[in-house]
Write a protein that binds this ligand. Structure first.
Ligand code: PLP
Length: 480
């Protein structure tokens, strides 16, 4: 029975019977909507309520989620999202308000946006934030548009944006979408940005650099101040990809590191369920120099009243309708209020501790991508295992049999057979020990029986779909 689509389970005449007659005749509907828009026949499956409930419950149980299993997907921060955030963000006062409502009727919502901005200003040291962008990538686009407009209004002739070779793919994509040439700068053998290489490419045409710190190898860019000096000296600006800010909360600030713009993925670091393209929020923070370029409106406060300021002198305009994904902001606000100043620091301390613990326990078995200490994630290179017959893809698939979501693999691109593990701060030592144990067993298995690892997973109904084909020609039936 499970092996069927809901359409195949359909049987004529079965129904849930919830929908009363609309009371509108066909003729009336045709007159209202126009003949072409009235459907005569709607081929929906006919099932009873219980069958529908079972169908979807069983499908949902085939999902891998943070709520069901350990999910150490690097660069994604799949931390536990406290359920209280869900409860609070679904309060009627938040879900039933309308973006066209008068400001005096939505003071509470405006206050939350205002207060969240204050908190993020404190965390990053930036001057102002915009919450319009719905994702990290869109946050990058917003930030780079501001940098572009800043140069245009200052009369600077800028043509290129520098990105390190370890950068997240969205960085060069953003730079090109903003009309810049992307220039890639190499990393040192230890995975940091190479200052000598950087000096070769920075010049008066440099609009800016897009960096993430910790970088995608999980390392703190030790020379960040020198990088900033080199770029600023040529009139360029520094963009901080803060999609994963999990290592530095309460430890340091993007302003202290010399950055002019930052985006934070509220859906990663500040706990909103994410993945599969659900709603997110790329909060974009800027220093004083870029405040006049923010997307309008921003929330301001005067005499105890909150209002929307649409008059921003050189605003790049809107990047999205209304004020962003508001309930994602509510979740981030609830998360921050609950943790407080000390809690937020402990998030980062534990995130780094957990990744470092995995690094220490596995480093004699899986080669490290860098000898430098890791921050909130650790990158291994599984080349040695690949030579023995099991590539990192096989190792990742074998972890599924242990009930563990595969870590990120083959990224960053500069690490061969890369395995990028981000345990996050919300996991217990017992869970992390279980992961370490699984990795050690898989390593042993590669020596004894590499075929078994190569043929993994053994415990799932789907083994190894052709990922490209699965996306383009989905076959929704699953088979045991
Ligand atoms: C996730 C991520 C992004 C993109 O964020 P989305 O919300 O998926 O668009 C950008 N940069 C880094 C480093 C990331 O980890």
């Amino acid at each position: 029975m499970n092996n069927k689509l809901i359409f195949e389970k359909s049987s004529p005449g079965r129904k849930t019977g919830y929908f009363p007659d609309s009371g509108i005749s066909l003729a009336q509907a045709q007159e209202l909507l126009g003949k072409d828009y009235v459907r005569r026949d709607l081929p929906l499956p006919s099932l009873g309520e219980l069958e529908v409930v079972r169908h979807y419950t069983n499908l949902s149980r085939m999902n891998f989620s943070v709520d069901s299993n350990f999910y150490p997907l690097g660069s994604c921060t799949m931390k536990y999202n406290p359920k209280i955030n869900e409860a609070l963000s679904s309060l009627e006062g938040f879900t039933n308000i309308h973006p066209y409502q008068n400001e005096d009727g939505v003071q509470g919502a405006l206050e939350i946006i205002y207060n969240l901005e204050e908190m993020l200003r404190e965390i990053t040291g930036m001057r102002r934030f915009s919450f319009q962008a719905s994702s990290g990538a869109q946050g990058e686009f917003t930030g780079m548009l501001m940098i572009k407009k800043y140069h245009e209004t200052s009369g600077n002739k800028k043509t290129k944006v520098i990105v390190p070779d370890s950068s997240h793919g969205t960085n060069p994509a953003t730079a090109s979408m903003c009309g810049y040439e992307t220039v890639v700068v190499k990393s040192t053998r230890d995975g940091l940005i190479d200052l000598d290489e950087l000096k070769k490419v920075v010049d008066g045409h440099t609009a800016g650099i897009m960096l993430t710190n910790p970088n995608t190898i999980g390392l703190f860019e030790e020379n960040i101040l020198e990088v900033g000096r080199l770029i600023h000296e040529q009139g360029g600006l520094l963009y901080y990809d803060g999609a994963n800010f999990n290592a530095l909360l309460g430890v340091t600030k993007t302003s202290l590191m010399g950055f002019d713009v930052v985006h934070l993925n509220l859906h990663k670091t500040f706990s909103t369920p994410h993945g599969c393209g659900g709603p997110g929020a790329g909060a974009v923070g800027v220093t004083e120099k870029l405040v006049d370029f923010l997307p309008a409106p921003v929330v301001e406060k005067k005499d105890g009243t909150f209002y929307l300021n649409h008059k921003i002198k050189n605003s790049i305009g809107r990047v999205r309708g209304f004020y962003g994904n508001f309930t994602v902001l509510v979740r981030a606000y609830a998360y921050l209020l609950r943790l407080g100043r000390e809690g937020i620091l402990r998030v980062s301390q534990n995130a780094v501790l957990n990744a470092s613990y995995i690094r220490e326990k596995l480093k004699d078995y899986y080669e490290l991508a860098s000898t430098l200490p890791c921050m909130h994630e650790v990158v291994f290179s599984c080349e040695k295992q690949a030579q023995k017959g099991a590539r990192v893809m096989d190792i990742a698939k074998r972890l599924i049999d242990y009930g563990i979501h595969p870590p990120t693999i083959y990224f960053p691109l500069i690490v061969k057979e890369a395995l990028m593990v981000e345990p996050t701060e919300t996991e217990s030592k017992a869970t992390i020990d279980y992961f370490i144990e699984a990795m050690l067993e898989i390593n042993k298995e590669i020596d004894a029986n590499p075929d078994s690892v190569r043929n993994a997973p053994h415990s799932t109904c789907i083994k190894r779909p052709d990922e490209v084909k699965a996306a383009r020609q989905p076959d929704l039936r699953y088979r045991y």
